[in-house]
Design a protein around this ligand. Structure first.
Ligand code: NAG
Ligand code: NAG
Ligand code: NAG
Length: 379
């Protein structure tokens, strides 16, 4: 109620330009959050009210990819967590420096108006090395960071990068320069089968060694490990199998992507919560792939079609996030915070807690629970 009343006051005061009115019940909650954290826990939020059930003892930044929610901003600030905008623009629109400046100004003003603490640049477009867009992108990151840092003291500018810097999905960006120019690179260590060059089969969304090798590539490019945030998936891929072999290999339809003949686009992304509902009634139950260090299961749909589902759970996530600590990366994060089951169901609550804990380091109990598997069929 309090929030509503104040929001009303805000809209009335719109007549007086520049009067920024704080929607929180304590005006100091509208101040931007400052200071560095030992470990960033960077959460993408896609809207809705699940954020109320997040583990706020861990969250340090929420990137708002859904509608702006003043209540979320006030609450995050009360927990010392930043709230940042989503920044997405077609690169051809910001090649011109004046257009770039205009775009940045608009974002800074929006962030100020909404009492936000920075921006997450999510530009996943294909770019050729040394093209006009290549330089424009680097300039965009640099200028956005300068503008935010000077206009909103303590603000944070992050940039989303593919799981590997090796022109994945034709994203040939100047990674060292971009990292140098912003606070964090959020490494999207998922969708790692977006370009399948070998056998067209279902595989893990974020296999362990492929994921870790790519961090080594970033570090070899002289990206400061402190600037790298490890992004893990809270979703998996459900693949319909064209053919399901005796040794458990699921052949998937050929769906080309950015030059590769096959892709995870042959599957469907599904939330962790959905998989946890489905897994116990699946044909296989939870299986563990010893090569990719990832769980999966097999089920038959109502039409008799076999599906293989590859995902991440506390065990596979913990293996990866352990590297964050041993290598001194800047933090962790996930796509996305909304994908867990935040209901009152005690089993769901336990699974949800285990997922949050795996970002930092789970208890032994969480691991034992996750590893409650049937005999493993390998491939
Ligand atoms: C760049 O800005 C100019 C002047 O505002 C505008 O007319 C033009 O359409 C913009 N170009 C792009 C590609 O956005
Ligand atoms: C499908 O799998 C079966 C059993 O593993 C195998 O014998 C057959 O050659 C496969 N067919 C195709 C089209 O891959
Ligand atoms: C699924 O089975 C596991 C292992 O037996 C159990 O711990 C878990 O609670 C079950 N999940 C549901 C939703 O019943």
């Amino acid at each position: 109620m309090r929030l509503l009343a104040l929001t009303l006051l805000c809209s009335l005061s719109l007549r007086a330009p520049r009067a920024l009115c704080c929607p929180c019940h304590q005006p100091e909650l509208c101040r931007s959050v400052e200071g560095a954290r030992d470990l960033e826990v960077f959460v993408f939020d896609v809207g809705g009210k699940e954020w109320r059930s997040y583990d706020w003892t861990k969250v340090t930044t929420v990137a708002v990819f859904g509608l702006y929610d003043a209540e979320l901003m006030c609450f995050a600030h009360s927990r010392g967590a930043r709230v940042v905008l989503k920044g997405d623009v077609s690169l051809s629109d910001i090649v011109d420096p004046a257009n770039r400046t205009a775009w940045i100004k608009e974002k800074v003003n929006l962030a100020k108006k909404q009492f936000m603490d920075g921006i997450n640049l999510d530009i996943e477009q294909a770019v050729d090395t040394s093209s006009t867009e290549y330089y424009a992108l680097t300039a965009l990151v640099k200028e956005t960071t300068e503008a935010f840092h000077s206009e909103i003291p303590g603000s944070q500018v992050s940039f989303d990068v593919a799981w590997s810097p090796k022109c994945i999905d034709k994203r040939c960006y100047d990674y060292p320069a971009i990292a140098e120019s912003c606070d964090f690179l959020f490494v999207m260590s998922y969708d790692e089968q977006s370009q399948i060059w070998g056998d067209c089969i279902a595989m893990a969304n974020a296999p362990f060694s492929q994921t870790i090798t790519a961090y080594q590539q970033y570090i070899q490019m002289k990206v400061d490990p402190k600037k790298l945030l490890m992004g893990v998936p809270w979703y998996g891929y459900d693949y319909p199998c064209l053919n399901f072999s005796k040794d458990g290999v699921c052949t998937i339809p050929m769906v080309p992507f950015r030059g590769a003949p096959c892709s995870d686009a042959a599957g469907k992304q599904i939330p962790y919560s959905t998989m946890m509902e489905q897994i116990n009634s699946s044909q296989s139950g939870r299986m563990w792939d010893e090569k990719q260090l990832a769980p999966y299961y097999v089920y038959k749909d109502n039409g008799g079609q076999i599906h293989q589902v590859w995902y991440d759970d506390p065990e596979s996530i913990y293996l990866k996030t352990s590297y964050v600590r041993t290598k001194g990366l800047g933090g962790v994060g996930m796509w996305n915070g909304n994908l867990l089951d935040y209901s009152n169901n005690p089993i769901a609550q336990q699974q949800t807690r285990a997922m949050w804990n795996a970002l930092i380091g789970p208890s032994d109990k969480d691991i034992t629970m996750a590893a409650n598997c049937k005999p493993v069929l390998q491939h």
